[in-house]
Design a protein around this ligand. Structure first.
Ligand code: 7TS
Length: 414
């Protein structure tokens, strides 16, 4: 039986596009299962970076020479590609940032500082990454606002009844992820947004774990903000976007001051540039943004639904096979999931499991995955997390399961 999945994609051919996969680690062929942290980059993305620096390097939006024009055009083409990628209404709604962390900080800082007041409430979920917790804590402290948390069931699914009860006229902001990085849960964000809007609150969706796996339509979702990191969707690190509804972004004060975000400056008074430039102070990450366009084209060329189908098959296969190992406990068993499987092995620290797997060339993430409150909720210090991408195979999962089985047999003699 073939160890590839039954998906429409030619996984062998796809793997050839990823140079990093073809290496030995500790004497074994690399098996890369840390895709939720960052996924690998296809050749086209890597080549776009080199091409930019070899042919087009110039600062953007300010020069009239040919290189500056080329660089500006390529940079703005990525904005257009990202607009289409999430079905935003206009490029003015796409702000380039360094990634999700900066996008959330921008909103918490700018929107929060302008519109939050004492007694207001912010709702987060128990599934959030620290980058969707700490920025809100900082602004809540400053504004004397209160944070409430949607609880999570043992399966990793959010308790929507509890959410309904938390909502009130005091709720000003709801900020949750589209998919959880630790448990893989895909949250019912459309319903979460609808309920928040009924209560008069605005909603930010952290799409870090969704961008490469779930179709995103910000108009259909009707979210007010949506955040994406390029490096989790086959693009370079150091780039990402904040989507915001134009009418809300227009009302928000700038986040950082500097070049590019201004219209006119005197020592007496400064007026600000139009959207999206109002929020893009300074020289941006030009090369990485330009290469992100290639990542979008890579995803589009395969079809996100095909990527998701392949990854779902891998996830199901991994969960089934991991569960056959005595002493393995799966954590995160929601019905709707992206391809992330957390687990623990009784009596062996996740860190030790990670090290032993690395010795076999298998890269997994171990620890709290920047979701300490979630780990506390489950009464654990951390997990071992295997997360799958389009280039992974069932054969690689067989290897993982074989290594873990050996490990538990050595530890328990069973
Ligand atoms: N939100 C979620 C849901 C994430 O998974 C991450 C990164 C972030 C926000 C922050 O994104 P950044 O690009 O700004 O760093 N998650 C992980 C992870 O699971 N392992 O390493 C990084």
């Amino acid at each position: 039986m073939s160890t590839l999945t039954s998906s429409l994609l030619d996984i062998k051919k796809i793997r050839l596009q990823f140079p990093v996969l073809h290496q030995q680690v500790n004497g074994k062929p690399l098996i890369y299962f840390d895709n939720a942290a960052t996924n690998q980059k296809p050749k086209q993305v890597i080549e776009a970076l080199t091409h930019y620096y070899q042919h087009d390097n110039a600062n953007i939006h300010r020069g009239i020479h040919t290189l500056a024009e080329r660089a500006t055009r390529a940079f703005e083409e990525t904005r257009l590609a990202m607009q289409h990628f999430i079905n935003a209404r206009a490029t003015a709604e796409i702000i380039f940032t360094r990634g999700v962390t900066e996008s959330i900080n921008l909103v918490a800082s700018s929107y929060g500082r302008a519109f939050l007041k004492e007694g207001d409430e912010i709702i987060l979920s128990a599934l959030e990454h620290h980058s969707n917790i700490v920025p809100w804590q900082l602004i809540a402290q400053e504004k004397k606002a209160t944070i409430h948390v949607i609880p999570v069931f043992d399966s990793g699914e959010l308790d929507l009844d509890a959410y309904r009860k938390l909502l009130s006229t005091k709720t000003k902001i709801v900020s949750v992820n589209h998919a959880s990085n630790s448990l893989g849960t895909i949250n019912p964000v459309k319903e979460i947004i609808r309920l928040a809007h009924q209560a008069g609150a605005i909603v930010l969706i952290d799409g870090a774990q969704a961008a490469a796996h779930i179709e995103i339509d910000v108009q259909d979702l009707d979210c007010d903000f949506y955040c994406i990191s390029s490096h989790k969707m086959y693009g370079p690190t150091g780039a990402g976007i904040l989507y915001g509804k134009k009418e809300i972004l227009d009302e928000m004060p700038p986040y950082m001051g500097g070049g590019e975000m201004i219209s006119d400056v005197t020592f007496a008074r400064t007026t600000f540039n139009e959207l999206p430039y109002k929020f893009e102070a300074g020289t941006p990450n030009i090369a990485d943004v330009i290469a992100l366009h290639e990542a979008v084209q890579f995803i589009d060329s395969l079809g996100k639904e095909n990527i998701a189908a392949h990854e779902s098959e891998l996830l199901e296969y991994a969960a089934e096979n991991l569960a056959t190992i005595p002493s393995v406990k799966l954590i995160g068993t929601a019905k709707e999931k992206v391809a992330v499987q957390s687990f623990n092995i009784e009596g062996i620290h996740p860190f030790d499991v990670g090290q032993l797997l690395d010795a076999q060339g298998i890269a997994v993430r171990t620890g709290h995955h920047c979701t300490q409150p979630l780990m506390d909720r489950f009464g654990i210090e951390g997990t071992v997390r295997a997360s799958f991408s389009v280039y992974n195979t069932k054969e690689e999962i067989d290897n993982l399961v074989k290594c873990l089985r050996k490990l538990t047999q050595l530890s328990y003699g069973k």
